[in-house]
Design a protein around this ligand. Structure first.
Ligand SMILES: *Cc1c(COP(=O)(O)O)cnc(C)c1O
Length: 228
């Protein structure tokens, strides 16, 4: 990808976010860089982007090493499903974990983390069989179960909408998650401030923005090969 194309894509995404944001409340864009190398991360960094998302730990660690000198203040988000045995390899190297989707994973994080990790609880709002995460009705119980785990800070809720969802369904799923996030926030758990909402990908980030997302996870709209 040329620098010009990256710049145009980036500006287009930022413009759409701005246009769809509730007044004075633009979400933070996470550039999901899982399909590209450190050079393209650097290109976007040089345009001002700071939040990046990866979903495989070997690639994450490689890119972090490659960018340590030239992009020292990147905020790293781990966005994919995490296998329990891989936690120790990267948990202390990231700023946010977006897919805390089961109790076993929480137990492993507690064991391996050397400081509190900012985690999003993944919620399956669509009820889709293939998606992991807690059912909306399980969220409060899950959060209460995590109270003794001092290495886990529930900063927010996260969801993935089905790829084939209609526009009206997307609004409904994102609204549902926003509602749940506010309920948890209002409950005032010390270990679960739950002020954040991670939702919206390339296909649906404008809708997620309208529904109050605070973090958008956008990959292909920025990095897909030319002609996509
Ligand atoms: C890949 C990925 C994204 C970004 O998807 P795009 O459709 O390329 O924007 C967002 N969230 C998760 C969990 C992902 O794995």
């Amino acid at each position: 990808m040329t620098q010009k194309l990256i710049q145009d894509r980036y500006q287009a995404v930022l413009d759409r976010i701005q246009k769809h944001s509730p007044e004075g409340n633009a979400p933070q864009l996470i550039a999901v860089s899982k399909t590209v190398g450190a050079d393209q991360i650097q290109a976007l960094y040089d345009l001002g982007q700071r939040h990046f998302g990866e979903n495989r730990y070997p690639a994450l660690l490689e890119k972090q090493a490659a960018l340590a000198q030239t992009a020292p203040d990147i905020v790293w988000h781990f966005i994919g499903r995490v296998q329990t045995r891989q936690v120790k390899e990267f948990i202390n190297q990231i700023d946010y974990l977006h897919a805390l989707d089961r109790f076993d994973l929480a137990k492993e994080i507690q064991k391996r983390a050397d400081h509190p990790i900012k985690c999003f609880l993944q919620v399956n709002v669509s009820g889709e069989e293939s998606k992991t995460g807690y059912e909306p009705e399980q969220v409060f119980a899950a959060i209460e179960q995590l109270a003794p785990y001092d290495k886990i800070e529930i900063v927010g809720l996260m969801t993935m909408a089905p790829a084939d969802a209609l526009e009206g369904e997307l609004h409904f799923f994102f609204k549902t998650l926003k509602h749940l996030q506010l309920l948890v926030q209002e409950a005032g758990y010390p270990h679960a401030p739950c002020t954040e909402l991670s939702m919206g990908m390339s296909q649906d980030y404008t809708i997620a923005t309208e529904e109050g997302a605070s973090f958008l996870r956008v990959g292909s709209a920025l990095f897909a090969p030319e002609g996509y």
